[in-house]
Design a protein around this ligand. Structure first.
Ligand code: SAM
Length: 302
C-alpha cells in the first residue's frame, strides 16, 4: 500500500488560507497550482461551494494517487452536508458557500483519506443493504460483493432507461445489471452469463386480452398497454418465464409472480401439465383486498 510521506503531508496540511478548504498558510510546494485553487472558488474569492470542494479534493486525491478520488471527495463533502450521496444534494446545497466550520470538517476528513484510510472509516459509518452501520478500524468493512446482485430485464427502452436512472440516483448501479431485452427472445445460456439465479421476481403483463378495453382511461391513455396485456389467458409472459426458470434457477430456487386472481388455479394446472419443468406452486399470497395475487413457485431438487 502506498502512503503519503511526511513532508508531502505537511505541505497538504498548510493549504492557502483563502479560497482553500479550512485555514492554513500559503502552500509553497504546490500540491496543486494556486491557479487551480483560485479557479475552484465559483462563488467568489474565498467562498467555496460543495461542488468547489469536491473538485478541489478530487484533484488533491488524484495528485496523491488516492484511489477513487472523485467518489472519496463526494462522500466526504456530502457527509459533512448531512447527505448520503453527492447526487442527492439539491442545487441550493451544491451552490451555497460552505461555512468555515464545514470547510474545516471536510479538510479534517480529507486528510484522513490522504493517509489511505478507507472512506468508510473516514466517515465512521457505511450503508449495508437497508442499514447504516457504524464503522471503526480495524473492524471489517462490509463488502458490496457480498450483497445481493440483481439482474433486471425489460423489453421497453423507456423502462430500462428509467431503471438505470433510478439505480444511479440510489447509488445501486454496481449491484444491478440492466438488460434491454424481450424475455421471449432470451435464452437461458445468455442469461446464465451471471451465474445460476436464487430468485426470479416478476410483475409481468397478466391482464386477459378481453379485459384490456375496460381498463380506466388513465391507464388506456397514458400507460404502455404492452406492459399489461398478457394475451388471451393473461399467461403469455408468465409461461415464457416459467419455461425458462428451471434452467436459470439454482436447485430449490424460487419464482415470485404477481398475477390476476384467476391465475393461481390456472398456473397450478399448467405446471401439473408440464412436469418436465420440475416446478411446484408452493404458496399463494393475497393482496390487501384479500385477492389471491402473488405466487411462490419453487424448483424441485430433481
Ligand atoms: C406490469 S409492468 C411491471 C413493471 C415493473 N417491473 C413493476 O413491477 O412495476 C410489466 C413490464 O413488463 C415488460 N414486458 C412486457 N413483456 C415483456 C417481455 N416479453 N419481455 C420483457 N419485458 C416485458 C413491460 O415493458 C413492462 O415494463
Amino acid at each position: 500500500m502506498r502512503c503519503l510521506t511526511h513532508p508531502l503531508l505537511r505541505k497538504l496540511l498548510s493549504l492557502p488560507a483563502q479560497c482553500v478548504p479550512g485555514r492554513g498558510t500559503p502552500s509553497k510546494g504546490a500540491v496543486l497550482s494556486p491557479l487551480f485553487l483560485r479557479q475552484s472558488c465559483s462563488a467568489g474569492p474565498g467562498l467555496m461551494t460543495a461542488t468547489d470542494m469536491v473538485n478541489y479534493w478530487q484533484k488533491v486525491f488524484e495528485t496523491n494517487g488516492i484511489p477513487e478520488a472523485q467518489e472519496s471527495s463526494q462522500y466526504i463533502v456530502s457527509f459533512v452536508l448531512g447527505a448520503k450521496t453527492f447526487q442527492s444534494l439539491d442545487s441550493k446545497s451544491l451552490h451555497t458557500p460552505l461555512t468555515a466550520l464545514q470547510q474545516e470538517h471536510i479538510q479534517q476528513l480529507s486528510h484522513k483519506r490522504l493517509q489511505r484510510m478507507p472512506v468508510q472509516y473516514v466517515l465512521g459509518e457505511w450503508d449495508f443493504q437497508e442499514l447504516t452501520l457504524k464503522m471503526r478500524p480495524p473492524v471489517f468493512i462490509p463488502r458490496p460483493e457480498t450483497e445481493s446482485r440483481v439482474i433486471a430485464m425489460d423489453k421497453e427502452e423507456a423502462a430500462v432507461d428509467l431503471t438505470r436512472e433510478n439505480a444511479y440516483r440510489l447509488q445501486l448501479q454496481e449491484r444491478i445489471h440492466i438488460i434491454h431485452q424481450d424475455v421471449s427472445h432470451s435464452s437461458a445460456k445468455q442469461l446464465l452469463l451471471w451465474g445460476p439465479i436464487d430468485v426470479i421476481v416478476s410483475n409481468p403483463p397478466y391482464v386477459f386480452h378481453e379485459d384490456m378495453a375496460s381498463l380506466d382511461a388513465e391507464i388506456l391513455c397514458y400507460e404502455d398497454l404492452d406492459a399489461l396485456d398478457g394475451g388471451d389467458d393473461g399467461m403469455r409472459v408468465i409461461k415464457t418465464i416459467l419455461t425458462l426458470a428451471p434452467s436459470l434457477l439454482k436447485v430449490s430456487g424460487s419464482v415470485f409472480l404477481e398475477v390476476d386472481p384467476r391465475h393461481p388455479d390456472m398456473v397450478e394446472h399448467w405446471l401439473q401439465a408440464h412436469p418436465e419443468l420440475l416446478l411446484t406452486l408452493r404458496a399463494i399470497h393475497k393482496d390487501f383486498c384479500g385477492k389471491p395475487r402473488f405466487l411462490h413457485i419453487q424448483k424441485q431438487s430433481s
